[in-house]
Write a protein that binds this ligand. Structure first.
Ligand SMILES: NC(=O)c1ccc[n+]([C@@H]2O[C@H](COP(=O)([O-])OP(=O)(O)OC[C@H]3O[C@@H](n4cnc5c(N)ncnc54)[C@H](OP(=O)(O)O)[C@@H]3O)[C@@H](O)[C@H]2O)c1
Length: 313
C-alpha cells in the first residue's frame, strides 16, 4: 500500500511516499481502508522531533492520529463493526492515518452515518475530543456561563465555539478579524480581534472559563478577566500551569492543562452531533497523500481555518 513515511526527524521534505505492507489486525484491532485523514499540529511537532522526549517513535514512521474510511478486516474480538462499514477512528499518537490502510484499536472506532462524509468525519476526532474534554470535563461549562475561546478559528477552536454553545454557554471567540464571520457563524455571541484588542485588558468583561486552544496567553494574563471561581484551560503544559493545577484550591481561580484522552465514546458523541446537524467541521483545505509535506508547511504557519484533511482515493 502507499503510505507517507519519514526515516529521520526534520523539515517537511523528509516526508515521502513509500510502498509498505498492509498491516494485519490483532484480535482487538480494526483494519480501515482510509479515505480521509486529519492533520494536526502535533503531527509536524513529532516530525520535527519536538516531542521526542514525550512521544518517542521508531522509524520508518507514518503519522496521522485520526482517519475515516471503510472497514477492511476485523480481529476476532471486534463485534461492533464489520467489513464494509463506514467508520471514523482515533489512532492516537501511534499514528498510521497517512496511508491507504490503518489499524485502529476497536474501542476507538465509531460507525459513521451516511450523512457524514469521510472528510468531515476525519477532521473531528482529535480537535473534537480536545475541545469537549476541556470544556465539559475541565471547565465544567454550564448553561449561561460566559466562556472565551482563544484561537476560535483553528482546529480546536472551531470545535470549542460550537461545543461551548451546545453546552449552553455564551461564547466570546478570539481570532484575527479576517475570521470574524466564521467564528460568529459557528455560534459565538461576541468576537475579539486579537490584532486590535487584548482581551485580557478588557477588565470589564469576566469569563467563567477561558479556553486557550492555541496556547497564546498565560494564566497570569487571563486571571484579570476570569471570575473569582473561573477556570483557565490550555492545550500546552507550562511549569506555572502544572504547579497551579496541583495547588488549585476549592474557591479560587483554577488553571488546567488538557491532555486529551482517546475515548471512543466522546468521538461517538461528536459524530452524533454532526449527523443531527448541530456540529460541523470547518475544512480549510484538502490535499492528496502526495502533497502531505505542503499540508504540514501550511499547518506550521499557524493560520489554518479549521482543519486540513488528506484525501486518499
Ligand atoms: N493537549 C492536547 O491534548 C492537544 C490536543 C489537540 C491539540 N493540541 C494543541 O493545541 C494547539 C491548537 O491546535 P489547533 O489544531 O487548533 O491549531 P491550528 O488549527 O493550527 O490553529 C490555528 C488558528 O490559531 C489562530 N491564532 C494564531 N495566532 C493567534 C493568536 N495570537 N491569538 C488567537 N488565535 C490565534 C489562527 O487564527 P488567525 O488565522 O485568525 O490568526 C488560526 O485559525 C496546538 O498547539 C496543538 O498541538 C493539544
Amino acid at each position: 500500500m502507499r503510505a507517507a513515511v519519514f526515516n529521520a526527524y526534520g523539515p517537511s521534505s523528509v516526508l515521502h511516499i513509500a510502498d509498505v505492507p498492509i498491516p494485519q489486525p490483532m484480535p482487538h484491532q480494526v483494519l480501515i481502508r482510509v479515505h480521509a485523514a486529519g492533520i494536526n499540529p502535533s503531527d509536524w511537532g513529532i516530525r520535527k522531533g519536538q516531542l521526542r522526549w514525550v512521544l518517542p517513535i521508531t522509524f520508518p514512521k507514518t503519522l496521522g492520529s485520526e482517519c475515516a474510511g471503510v472497514v477492511e478486516a476485523v480481529g476476532e474480538l471486534v463485534m461492533h463493526v464489520k467489513p464494509g462499514d463506514r467508520v471514523v477512528a482515533l489512532l492516537g499518537h501511534k499514528g498510521g492515518g497517512y496511508a491507504e490502510y490503518a489499524l485502529a484499536i476497536m474501542e476507538r472506532v465509531v460507525k459513521l452515518p451516511d450523512t457524514v462524509s469521510f472528510v468531515q468525519a476525519a477532521a473531528v476526532p482529535v480537535t473534537g475530543i480536545t475541545a469537549l474534554q476541556s470544556l465539559r470535563d475541565l471547565g465544567h461549562v454550564r448553561p449561561r456561563d460566559e466562556v472565551l475561546i482563544n484561537g476560535a478559528s483553528g482546529g480546536v477552536g472551531t470545535m470549542g465555539v460550537q461545543i461551548a454553545r451546545l453546552l449552553g454557554a455564551n461564547v466570546t471567540g478570539v481570532s484575527s478579524g479576517a475570521n470574524e464571520a466564521l467564528v460568529r457563524e459557528l455560534g459565538a455571541n461576541r468576537f475579539v480581534d486579537y490584532r486590535q484588542t487584548d482581551f485580557t485588558e478588557r477588565t470589564g468583561d469576566r469569563y467563567r472559563v477561558i479556553f486557550d486552544a492555541v496556547n497564546k496567553r498565560t494564566f497570569a494574563d487571563c486571571r484579570r478577566v476570569l471570575t473569582p471561581d473561573g477556570t483557565y484551560v490550555t492545550t500546552r503544559p507550562s511549569p506555572a500551569v502544572l504547579l497551579r493545577s496541583f495547588f488549585n484550591g476549592p474557591d479560587r481561580q483554577k488553571a488546567k492543562f488538557i491532555g486529551a484522552k482517546d475515548r471512543g465514546r466522546d468521538v461517538e458523541w461528536l459524530i452524533k452531533q454532526m449527523s443531527s446537524g448541530r456540529l460541523r467541521a470547518v475544512i480549510d483545505r484538502t490535499y492528496p497523500l502526495e502533497a502531505v509535506a505542503e499540508a504540514h508547511d501550511y499547518s506550521e504557519g499557524g493560520h489554518v481555518k479549521g482543519k486540513l484533511v488528506i484525501e486518499i482515493f
